[in-house]
Design a protein around this ligand. Structure first.
Ligand code: C5P
Length: 236
């Protein structure tokens, strides 16, 4: 099943608590950006923070990267289903049966469900770690594409990847397979801890479906201006 989606900018709300997050979102007035809630905020505030942000009218990508046995992931997704989120994710390394169970757990009685995407390899995993620590001897690109194909076969909607991998993912998995891409900076000199960065305009050129932007917006002296700049450079 393919779910209709539109290209968008997702703000990574990597704040330590709910108060800081809600204060930040209040800066946007009546504008309602798509937001990403990660483990830091979810584990400190629980499902309530998701309900509060949702009640204000934002779309939510709940970035919890589930990875466990299929039965546990099915149950966890069933719990998340009640939160009315718009996007969530799992680790493709959990395997096809786990990803299929995730889709089952997330699907509502009427057959609808949020988008579900897979993390292929974390961008913090270097080729050296892949080979010598995880003992995966195939090249990184081959591993990422194979995990993306597993995710597609399991019925997922897309993957998290670098904008630089988008073209290859679309070639291997189809143009309708969603690519959600972090590692975005206005200038390729501002890296923070990201190893490979791309501007919103380049991400657009490379065919990203969603860009995930954290510090270039959250740490900007003008977060709303930075968000609008991302939107206009990425979507036009
Ligand atoms: O601040 P910055 O723009 O680097 O934030 C990027 C966001 O995307 C963070 O929330 C980070 O956890 C997330 N992310 C990432 N790389 C991945 C997967 C997720 O940067 N491969």
């Amino acid at each position: 099943m393919s779910i209709k989606h539109e290209k968008d900018v997702i703000i990574a709300c990597d704040f330590p608590d709910g108060e800081k997050t809600l204060d930040f979102l209040a800066l946007f007035g009546s504008e309602r950006p798509f937001v990403k809630i990660g483990m830091e905020l979810f584990y400190s505030e629980g499902p309530d923070i998701v309900k509060k942000i949702k009640a204000r009218g934002h779309k939510i990508f709940l970035d919890l990267k589930l990875h466990d046995i299929p039965n546990t992931v099915r149950g966890a997704m069933r719990s998340l289903r009640a939160l009315d989120i718009d996007m969530c994710n799992v680790h493709a390394a959990g395997g096809r049966a786990m990803m299929e169970a995730a889709v089952e757990g997330l699907t509502r009685h009427d057959g609808s469900r949020p988008l579900i995407i897979a993390v292929t390899q974390l961008t913090s995993t270097s080729p050296e770690v892949l080979q010598h620590e995880l003992l995966i001897s195939r090249p990184m690109d081959e591993v990422v594409m194979s995990y993306a194909q597993n995710a597609r076969a399991a019925g997922l909607d897309g993957v998290v990847c670098s904008p630089l991998e988008v073209k290859h993912v679309h070639e291997v998995c189809g143009e309708d397979f969603i690519t959600v891409t972090p590692g975005i900076r206005f200038s390729c000199c501002d890296m923070d801890d990201q190893a490979r960065v791309t501007t919103p305009a380049l991400a657009r050129e490379l065919g990203s479906d969603y860009i995930v932007v954290g510090r270039p917006i959250t740490a900007s002296p003008d977060p709303v201006g930075a968000y609008r700049r991302c939107l206009s450079n990425f979507i036009g």
